[in-house]
Design a protein around this ligand. Structure first.
Ligand code: ZN
Ligand code: ZN
Length: 266
């Protein structure tokens, strides 16, 4: 199937997975319900972005943003209405922003500056655009870092292991939270600082979420959450990530910093 031609379909699958998890994970029903709505909205945005790309191809640079800006209103009203209080306040403040301010905010996010990484709303809005670019083979003009997404330069939002022929215990993949690309990565390496000493890269698990591992790096203090798909291949890593939010709270409490926040905002 030509997935580039159905940019909304992948978002709809994420929304359906988040909805399916709602019943089994009542403790995180709120973030899952919010994420399901967000993925649905992103699917509609992806379809709109894809259509505009068909009219006149996007370039992968901030020069594209004036052609996207009118789409941001729907994301801001959704976040204002359904988001947790802090996010809703940020969305309300942005609803009355001058277009010039809104454009420079998106440009700062796209530049990949460290402080801008926490900008949940910009990432949520640019996600469908970045994913359409990646699927259409348009290079995103953003800084690249070792261990980060080869297609757009973002830090991995989550990691997973899956069985491949000739891998013992599963191959490790990283998932990009901006453009949706996943790529193979060494099992013994920190994607933030490239530490390769296994002693400094311990993993933590809990009895409650047996398929989840918090993969930390003692050198840079970052962690990436890993989902084991060798036991159950149904999970969509960045969606199922939300079901084990308790493990993020534990890791943060222990002093680790998540390399890239998940869709629950931490
Ligand atoms: Zn990416
Ligand atoms: Zn590290």
């Amino acid at each position: 199937m030509n997935t580039a031609a159905d940019p909304a379909g992948v978002f709809e699958k994420r929304a359906a997975r988040a909805t399916a998890l709602l019943d089994s994970a009542p403790a995180v029903a709120e973030p899952l319900a919010f994420a399901a709505g967000l993925f649905q909205l992103q699917g509609r945005l992806a379809a709109a972005v894809f259509a505009r790309h068909g009219d006149l191809p996007f370039t992968g640079t901030p020069a594209d943003f004036p052609r996207l800006l009118d789409l941001q209103a729907s994301l801001l009203s959704f976040a204002a209405e359904k988001g947790p209080p802090e996010l809703a306040d940020a969305a309300i403040a942005r609803q009355t922003e001058e277009p010039g301010t809104a454009l420079s905010r998106l440009t700062v996010y796209w530049s990949g500056e460290r402080e801008a990484r926490e900008d949940y709303l910009s990432r949520a809005f640019l996600r469908p655009y970045a994913e359409v670019l990646a699927r259409a083979g348009v290079a995103a003009e953003r800084p690249r870092h070792e261990g980060h997404c080869p297609a757009c330069g973002s830090a991995p939002i989550v990691s997973y292991r899956k069985e491949l022929p000739e891998t013992n215990g599963g191959a490790r993949f990283l998932v990009c939270g901006l453009c949706g690309t996943d790529w193979p990565f060494s099992r013994v390496r920190c994607p933030a600082c490239q530490e390769e000493d296994p002693v400094k890269l311990p993993g933590f698990q809990s009895d409650v979420h047996k398929n989840v591992r918090i993969e930390v790096c003692e050198t840079c203090k970052h962690y990436v959450k890993s989902l084991d798909l060798t036991l159950d291949a149904r999970p969509l890593p960045e969606v199922d990530d939300l079901a084990s939010l308790a493990m993020d709270l534990w890791a943060i409490d222990e002093g680790w910093t998540r390399l890239e926040p998940g869709w629950a905002g931490i």
